[in-house]
Design a protein around this ligand. Structure first.
Ligand code: SF4
Length: 311
C-alpha cells in the first residue's frame, strides 16, 4: 500500500463514529476527529470519547453556522426546529475546509446506509457528498462497499478490502465490532441536540421572532425557567426552583438592560429575569406574575397569566 491517507472523522461520540475511527485505522489511515458545538449541542461526549480512543479532537464552534441555518434552512426543518439536512452538509463542508487547510486526504462519517430511512439512504448519502463539495473525499467506512471507491481508496492509501458493508437498522454487527475493538462506552444513538425537542423549539421560535439571536446569553438561557411573553413584547423568565433563581440572578449581571423581580412580600417564591422592559406598566404585570407563583398560591391565582405562557 502507498503512504497512508490522513483524514478527519466526524465524531459524535456515538458507537458508529467510534467504529469509523477504528475501521479506518485498521485500513491503514491516520485519523484525527472533529466535532461541533453550539448553544444547542455540546462537544462533551465527543471530548470524552476521543480521549478514550486516543485520537486528536478538533472542536469547532458552529454557533453562527447553525443560527443562520435556523433563520433560513434551504432544505427546511425536521420534526422541530432542526435543519438536519443542511446542518449535516454544513458540518461536512466545514470538515472539508479543515481537510484542505491541513493537507489531509479525506473526511469520514459513521453513517450507515439505510439506518435512517430518510437521511441515510443511498441517494441521500450521494446528495450529501455532492452538496458538501467533497466528491471522492467523503468516506463512510461502515457502508463503504455499497458506495463508489473514494480517491484515497483508488490511490491505494486506504485498504478498501478492510472497509465494511453494514446496512439497515439492525445494530448486531456494530455491537459485535465494538466487542472486537474493545469499545465498551458509547451513548445511545439518539439525542443530544436540543433543536429536535419540540418544547425547546417553541422557545427558540419565540426568541427568533422577538429579540433575535444576537444576544447569545439569551440563547444559553433558553432551557431555563417558565417563559412568558407580555402583549407589549416584554419577555419574562421565571425561575422554577432555587437553582434556576440563582442562575437568573447571576446572569442578570451580564445583561445591562435587564431587571430582576422577586416576591413583593418576604415569602418563598421565584425570581424573574426580564431582559428588557418594553412598555411602561410591564413592571407591574411582572410583579403580579411573580407574586402569583409564590409558595401557597393556586392554579386559580395563575389563570390570567396562562395565555401569556409560551410553555
Ligand atoms: S440533530 Fe441537531 S446537530 Fe444533528 S444534524 Fe440535526 S440539527 Fe444538526
Amino acid at each position: 500500500m502507498s503512504a497512508s491517507a490522513k483524514g478527519f472523522v466526524m465524531m459524535s461520540g456515538g458507537l458508529d463514529s467510534q467504529l469509523a475511527v477504528r475501521v479506518l485505522q485498521r485500513a491503514g489511515a491516520y485519523v484525527e476527529t472533529i466535532c461541533f458545538e453550539s448553544p444547542f449541542f455540546s462537544a462533551d461526549t465527543a471530548v470524552k470519547t476521543a480521549a478514550a480512543l486516543g485520537v486528536k479532537l478538533h472542536v469547532i464552534d458552529f454557533t453562527e453556522d447553525i443560527l443562520s441555518l435556523i433563520k433560513d434552512p434551504p432544505h427546511g426543518f425536521g420534526g422541530a426546529m432542526n435543519p438536519c439536512i443542511d446542518c449535516h452538509a454544513t458540518m461536512i463542508r466545514r470538515a472539508g475546509e479543515l481537510m484542505e487547510k491541513s493537507g489531509f486526504d479525506f473526511v469520514a462519517t459513521g453513517e450507515v446506509k439505510g439506518q435512517r430511512p430518510m437521511s441515510q439512504n443511498s441517494q441521500a448519502l450521494l446528495t450529501v457528498e455532492k452538496t458538501s463539495g467533497l466528491k471522492g473525499r467523503l468516506i463512510r467506512p461502515l457502508s463503504a462497499l455499497f458506495l463508489e471507491p473514494t480517491i484515497p481508496e483508488v490511490e491505494g492509501k486506504i485498504d478498501r478490502s478492510l472497509l465494511l458493508d453494514i446496512s439497515g437498522r439492525c445494530r448486531d454487527r456494530q455491537i459485535a465490532l465494538a466487542k472486537e475493538f474493545g469499545i465498551v462506552d458509547y451513548p445511545s444513538p439518539a439525542g443530544g441536540c436540543k433543536l429536535t425537542e419540540e418544547s425547546y423549539s417553541r422557545r427558540l421560535e419565540d426568541l427568533m421572532s422577538h429579540e433575535g439571536f444576537d444576544d447569545h446569553l439569551l440563547l444559553k438561557l433558553l432551557s431555563v425557567g417558565r417563559r412568558f411573553r407580555l402583549e407589549s413584547g416584554t419577555s419574562v423568565i421565571l425561575g422554577r426552583n432555587g437553582e434556576e433563581n440563582e442562575l437568573l440572578s447571576s446572569r442578570a449581571k451580564d445583561m445591562p438592560l435587564s431587571q430582576l423581580f422577586v416576591p413583593s412580600h418576604e415569602v418563598s417564591g421565584p425570581t424573574a429575569l426580564v431582559p428588557r422592559l418594553v412598555a411602561s406598566g410591564d413592571d407591574k404585570i411582572v410583579q403580579d406574575l411573580v407574586d402569583a407563583y409564590v409558595k401557597g398560591t393556586t392554579e386559580k391565582d395563575r389563570e390570567r397569566f396562562r395565555p401569556l405562557q409560551i410553555l
